[in-house]
Write a protein that binds this ligand. Structure first.
Ligand SMILES: NC(=O)c1ccc[n+]([C@@H]2O[C@H](COP(=O)([O-])OP(=O)(O)OC[C@H]3O[C@@H](n4cnc5c(N)ncnc54)[C@H](O)[C@@H]3O)[C@@H](O)[C@H]2O)c1
Length: 333
């Protein structure tokens, strides 16, 4: 809260709202309401096509509710869009075209054409556009990021029990996209992907529920990523190697460590040092929303741009293309 209070003057005049207050959107609403209470800005309301949902979350946060997001046009300066991915393009474009700043949840959209339409709407009006790749704000990632040099080989697992939501998209667009964004960010935003191999399968839903991808970069880095939404436990673990370092990052437990040879060690085994990083345990979503509001108040580029969101989507669609290719070979040839 202290941190929020520090931003009192910068975001004080912003009127905010959340569109879609389901499983994740309710937490966006809670954070906006907390920020408004701390700095005197105005959390105008929430919108959800499910009136019960809208009413309940509005009551919890002491704000208005709307069943049609269009009613918020003209009443707000900034919104989070936390509706199913298939609706992002229509809603984001409408707000951006009317000059409202938008934080849209990942994935930015279902297709690159939709992502481009969203980007064009933001460029036309000059409104800020940020994409909610939340893991970048995980305290473990925040602590680790400055220590990342040149990752060469990633082993990543992201597994959860069946969520019974976000079923408008497959597991790649739903959750693997977090890791696809992270590896591109860590390997280097200008380093191109040079190869994709992938396999995936629908198990419970009619879309891919479990997938494995091997992503190769033109600088030699390789990532092996497993994502599943039909697991029996929750795993959010990334391990990678970079010159002189082995890194462990656990988003679920907010743990990060770097194992390396201790400086001046004489014996390579006895001289191993495991540096467990110190974590500033803030809520990632609160930090993400704060960063979005600060980018508006300070007229700065948001920390996760629409182009970052588009790049992650492009790689996710590339993975899906390879899964499709593989499935055709296995089942139809
Ligand atoms: N960043 C993350 O870690 C993260 C985590 C979970 C979900 N998400 C993303 O957030 C979005 C929502 O996911 P969720 O799990 O909260 O889904 P959800 O189904 O729990 O919630 C979506 C809500 O949107 C409402 N809605 C649907 N169409 C609407 C419309 N046209 N106008 C207003 N409200 C509408 C629904 O009634 C529902 O309450 C998805 O894009 C998903 O990928 C991101």
């Amino acid at each position: 809260m202290e941190e929020i209070a520090n931003h009192q003057s910068s975001t004080i005049n912003l009127r905010t709202a959340v569109i879609g207050v389901g499983s994740l959107g309710q937490h966006h609403a809670r954070n906006y309401a907390e920020i408004a209470r701390a700095n005197g800005s105005e959390f105008v309301g929430v919108s959800d096509t499910n009136e019960e949902n809208a009413k309940q979350i509005a009551a919890q946060n002491n704000c208005d509710y709307f069943t049609d997001w269009r009613e918020l046009l003209g009443k707000v300066d900034a919104v989070s869009i936390v509706t199913p991915t298939e609706t992002h393009c229509e809603i984001a474009c409408a707000f951006l075209e009317s000059g409202v700043n938008v934080l849209v949840e990942k994935p930015i959209a279902r297709t690159l054409a939709e992502a481009d339409a969203i980007i064009a709407a933001a460029e036309k009006s000059g409104a800020k556009l940020m994409v909610g790749h939340l893991e970048r704000f995980n305290p473990a990632m925040v602590a680790l990021r400055p220590l990342v040099t040149k990752p060469l080989y990633f082993e990543i697992h992201r597994v959860s029990p069946f969520p019974n939501r976000s079923l408008d998209v497959d597991v790649v667009l739903d959750v693997m996209i977090h890791d696809l964004d992270a590896i591109q960010w860590l390997v280097g935003e200008t380093v191109k992907v040079s190869g994709i191999h992938a396999v995936g399968i629908p198990v419970i839903s009619d879309k891919v529920d479990a997938a494995n991808a091997r992503i190769e970069f033109e600088n030699g880095a390789v990532a092996n990523i497993t994502a599943s939404r039909i697991g029996t436990e929750k795993i959010r673990k990334t391990r990678f190697y970079q010159t002189n370092g082995y890194v462990v990052l656990d988003y679920a437990t907010k743990f990060a460590s770097v194992t390396s040879l201790a400086p001046n060690a004489i014996h390579p085994l006895l001289g191993i040092s495991v540096n467990r990083l110190e974590i500033n345990d803030v809520e990632p979503l609160g930090a993400e929303i704060e960063a979005f509001l600060e980018s508006i108040a300070g007229d700065k580029t948001p920390p996760i741009t629409a182009h970052d969101g588009r790049r992650a989507l492009e790689l996710a669609l590339g993975v899906l293309g390879k899964i499709d290719e593989h499935a055709r070979k296995v089942f139809f040839e």
